[in-house]
Write a protein that binds this ligand. Structure first.
Ligand SMILES: Nc1ncnc2c1ncn2[C@@H]1O[C@H](COP(=O)(O)OP(=O)(O)OP(=O)(O)O)[C@@H](O)[C@H]1O
Length: 383
């Protein structure tokens, strides 16, 4: 017999997540493209499903929306089953807002009527809510305009107001900003985020852009080949990637290879502690370009080694480019000919062939078993 929880138990357990997916699977033509995805999003939380094209993000979102149906697993909204083997609540009864890249306003409806579309009663009856949302997205003056009179960014903001008008508890957004040019995108992302937070909406946002996920997400779920390979706050995902491919998804990386012997791996940058790697196992030391240190050559000598930096290694500049916010310098190591990249804030454009000394910030290095493909690797160990 199932005993109903007491009020106290319910309070201690906290409210149910607004959206919960557990063990979602979906195949097309015998190929499984979503392979056991589970996630949970609470009130006012933004979860970004991030991954390369074709990894199954949109399929997952479509299943959450109810426009597609999973082969296995369960979708819950506010603690209630919305889709399982036995139950299926159709999309229009799920109280979810949808926003896609192709946000298509209705061209024959004025802006206010577009916003009113999802509301019961139409523009006149819902005047206050429409006015509030148009003001919030900064478009009050377009109340009686036609969609074609608005720029792409303005249309996108109307689409957001339209999606939010019925106060959905959950908003599902699939690459909603990718149709906008770069200049507009950052502003609209920020406005959208603050509006969603104000409304307390739980948001599942699908994107293949790490910058967008870092900017928008409370939590990132990194997806690859139909599976979530890592999830956590943006800072944690960035600073503690689960494997080499997860590190590489967010920025360029340098990979220094070596062989672990007695829990130590010798490299041109000195010995690294590699506990947990078997004797003779190949390891990869991964570091982002912004965490390399550059020092001048003093008659063939480099900087004195510090424990934090380890040993400096000499390299020659291959090319240097200024990219706007920083300079990207590529080097060829004198020790083994490997090419490494470093970024430097501001303008630093040494001539090709210049000898310079490189160090690695050891607290920013990750050690992984040598990968046999994008998906391999286990937990990182910081050095
Ligand atoms: N209705 C369908 N019929 C057959 N295959 C499909 C269908 N929908 C998706 N797929 C396939 O499933 C895989 C995952 O597609 P999905 O759109 O979920 O990926 P995605 O990560 O959102 O990619 P993108 O960022 O390019 O949209 C792809 O290989 C796609 O071709």
């Amino acid at each position: 017999m199932k005993v109903a929880p007491t009020e106290d138990e319910t309070r201690r357990a906290g409210p149910s997540p607004r959206l919960e997916l557990s063990g979602i699977r979906r195949s097309f033509d015998g190929r499984e493209v979503v392979r056991g995805v589970s996630l949970s999003i609470s009130t006012g939380e933004v979860l970004c499903l991030l991954g390369p094209s074709g990894c199954g993000k949109s399929t997952t979102l479509r299943i959450a929306a109810g426009v597609d149906r999973q082969d296995a697993g369960e979708v819950r909204l506010g603690g209630q089953v919305a889709a399982s083997g036995a139950t299926f609540v159709p999309p229009e009864r799920r109280s979810v807002g949808l926003m896609f890249q192709d946000f298509a306003l209705f061209p024959h409806l004025k802006v206010a009527d577009n916003v009113a579309f999802g509301l019961k009663g139409g523009a006149a009856a819902n005047g206050a809510r429409i006015g509030e949302l148009l003001e919030r997205v900064g478009l009050s003056r377009f109340h009686d305009s036609w969609p074609h009179e608005l720029s792409g960014g303005e249309q996108q903001r109307v689409a957001l107001a339209r999606a939010l008008a019925p106060r959905p508890r959950v908003m599902l957004m699939d690459e909603p900003f990718s149709g906008l040019d770069n200049r507009l995108r950052d502003g609209i992302r920020d406005e959208t985020l603050s509006l969603l937070k104000e409304e307390g909406t739980a948001v599942l946002l699908v994107t293949h852009e790490p910058d967008e996920a870092m900017r928008m997400a409370d939590e990132i779920a990194l997806m690859r080949d139909g599976r979530i390979v890592q999830s956590g706050a943006p800072y944690n995902i960035y600073t503690a990637p689960v494997d080499r491919a997860a590190a590489a998804f967010f920025s360029d990386i340098n990979v220094v290879r070596g062989v672990s012997r007695g829990a130590l791996t010798e490299t041109p940058f000195g010995a690294f502690l590699t506990p947990g790697h078997a004797d003779g196992a190949e390891v990869e030391i991964v570091i982002r370009p912004q965490h390399l240190g550059i020092d001048f050559d003093r008659d063939g000598r480099g900087p004195a080694a510090t424990p934090q930096q380890g040993v400096a290694a000499r390299a020659r500049v291959l090319r240097a480019r200024f990219t706007g916010r920083e300079s990207l310098v590529e080097f060829r190591m004198e020790t083994d000919g490997q090419v490494v990249k470093a970024t430097v804030p501001n303008v630093f454009l040494p001539a090709a062939g210049t000898p310079l000394w490189l160090t690695l910030r050891r607290d920013r290095c990750f050690v992984f078993p040598a990968s046999r493909g994008a998906g391999s690797g286990s937990g990182p160990s910081s050095i």
